[in-house]
Ligand binder design. Structure first.
Ligand code: NAD
Length: 497
């Protein structure tokens, strides 16, 4: 029996949306609430045969359908309707995020106040963008350079921020004229069912958006599928490296938004109270560390280490922890048992390798609204006496675990920040803008902020090194869904578009 949660009422929990139609699922998935371990929904899951159907439908839409050949203004019209349909379901998207991943409902409601934003943004952008430019050549002829859609896109997302991460892919891909096969993580597929309802309601041309919620096996089938022109992936570095090599073997395009182990360098001119006011949130504690860009390594001068550690730990102890749907809760559980086990494993490894816990390290004593002994909870945890060689300093824990590392001079701080396999984000805390700028240019990461963790989807986001390839967000986000064609003609045609 398929069913959805009362806060995320799905029209067709039993269906996969493929080629503009709901198709009865051949498999099912039970979704477990991380707050209380109850099964909250039973929804359709896709098999490899469903993946084949979805790719065929997307191919048909791209190769034969109207979508890529419409004017930008027509596509933008559909996208604005799509945005409005998503916005009308804002409460359901927030509840779905909270229910599936343990993000407190207040954070989810704020973060997803407008789930249609990226679609409106790319609708406006594509109407303004000049996709075709005409150039006069030295020989008197013309070269016309056209930016064209990359084709059928497999959009593969992780569990931690499902609808926003899909929007960062689907919105620019749709704007360029691509057809999409959306593949959410098996733990958080609900958002794709809501997307499908909107696609159906607005009469999006069949096959432009298809969804195949599935696990690793069927997903692997998707990224290997010869009908896929491009894989846009967000997830772990290990899976990303595997998919990138699969794509490279047949020259399919790929872009990768992967993990991070980002450092915040705290310089001595910043008062400790000012630092912790934003650094604890920047460390992702309230989202239980379940984000890629969080500042999980804190690099501080040896002489101020204890002062900062005490202030940081005090802030961590204030956090109200409990059921993700409780309005007073500031930090929920981690999304799944596997994740909890992994985090506890890192905490044990940190202790065994000689790091010292200042606060946390276990299950919280007091939990708001949680049945006794239930839920995947871990205390906000601060380690000091960490060296950059330890596993807790090098690997992505993806939990509320912070490693504080001491430096003796600023050159060492920069070296420590860069001594990481990842390069997603970074920060410096200082009042000196010139120094902040100089350090920003020395750090090998795709994003960097002064005095906090800033992020804005109107600007490019992505990683250096193991954190990935390509960028999402803003006008740069269109590049991932673009092929460039050069057409030579003696004279340009009357109208180019
Ligand atoms: P994951 O790599 O395990 O899974 C991500 C997606 O890939 C899921 O949909 C999964 O089903 C699918 N997948 C797994 N194996 C596959 C295979 N062999 N072929 C095709 N698809 C496959 O990651 P996760 O645990 O879901 O997510 C957490 C990771 O995501 C963290 O590393 C985090 O840093 C990263 N992340 C990065 C960003 C970013 O923008 N850089 C944003 C959010 C999360």
């Amino acid at each position: 029996m398929f069913e959805s949660h009362e806060r995320v009422r799905l029209r067709r929990p039993d269906g996969l949306y493929i080629g503009g139609q709901w198709r009865e699922a051949s498999a099912a998935a039970d979704l477990v609430s991380p707050s209380d371990e109850a099964v909250h929904s039973r929804v359709a899951a896709a098999t490899a045969a469903d993946v084949d159907r979805a790719v065929a439908a997307a191919r048909q839409a791209f190769d034969e359908g109207p979508w890529p050949r419409m004017s930008a203004a027509e596509r933008a019209g559909y996208m604005r309707k799509f945005a409005a349909g998503l916005r009308a379901r804002a409460d359901a998207f927030a509840a779905a995020w909270s229910l599936q991943t343990g993000i407190p409902i207040t954070i989810a409601a704020h973060g997803l106040a407008d789930p249609g934003r990226m679609y409106d943004y790319y609708a406006d952008l594509i109407e303004r963008e000049n996709l075709v430019t005409v150039h006069r050549r030295d020989n008197g002829g013309h070269a016309i350079v056209a930016r064209e859609p990359v084709g059928v896109v497999a959009a593969v997302t992780p569990w931690n921020h499902p609808s926003h991460l899909m929007a960062l892919k689907a919105a620019p891909a749709m704007a360029m004229g691509c057809a999409i096969v959306g593949k959410p993580a098996p733990e958080s597929p609900l958002d794709m069912f809501l997307y499908a309802e909107v696609a159906e309601d607005i009469g999006l041309p069949p096959g432009v958006f298809n969804m195949v919620p599935c696990g690793r096996e069927a997903s692997d089938h998707l990224v290997r599928h010869p009908g896929i022109d491009k894989v846009s992936f967000t997830g772990s570095a290990a899976t990303g490296a595997h998919i990138a090599s699969v794509c490279a073997s047949r020259m399919a395009r790929s872009s990768m938004e992967l993990g991070g182990k980002s450092a915040a360098i705290v310089l001595d001119d910043m008062p400790v109270e000012t630092v912790v006011a934003t650094l604890v949130d920047g460390g992702g504690v309230r989202m239980c560390g379940q984000g890629c860009a969080f500042l999980t390594r804190v690099l501080v001068s040896r002489k101020r280490r204890d002062e900062l550690a005490d202030a940081y730990a005090a802030k961590m102890r204030e956090v109200v922890i409990g059921h993700a749907f409780e309005p007073s809760v500031q930090m929920g559980p981690v999304a799944m048992r596997r994740q909890l086990d992994k985090i506890m494993g890192y905490i044990e490894q940190g202790k065994a390798q000689g790091a010292r816990i200042v606060t946390g390290g276990g299950r919280p004593d007091h939990l708001v609204g949680v049945p006794e002994g239930k839920g995947f909870f871990v205390e906000p945890t601060l380690f000091v006496d960490v060296t950059n060689e330890m596993a807790i300093a090098r690997e992505e824990v993806f939990g509320p675990v912070i490693s504080m590392i001491a430096w003796d001079d600023e050159a060492e701080a920069i070296r420590l920040a860069n001594d990481s396999p990842y390069g997603l984000n970074g920060a410096v805390y200082t009042q000196d803008a010139d120094k902040a700028w100089a350090i920003a240019r020395r750090i090998r990461s795709g994003n960097f902020s002064q005095n906090g963790l800033e992020h804005d989807s109107m600007f490019p986001f992505g990683g250096y090194k193991l954190s990935g390839t390509g960028r999402e967000g803003g006008p740069w986000g269109l590049d991932a869904y673009t092929e460039i064609k050069t057409i030579y003609m003696p004279h340009p045609p009357a109208a180019v578009a």
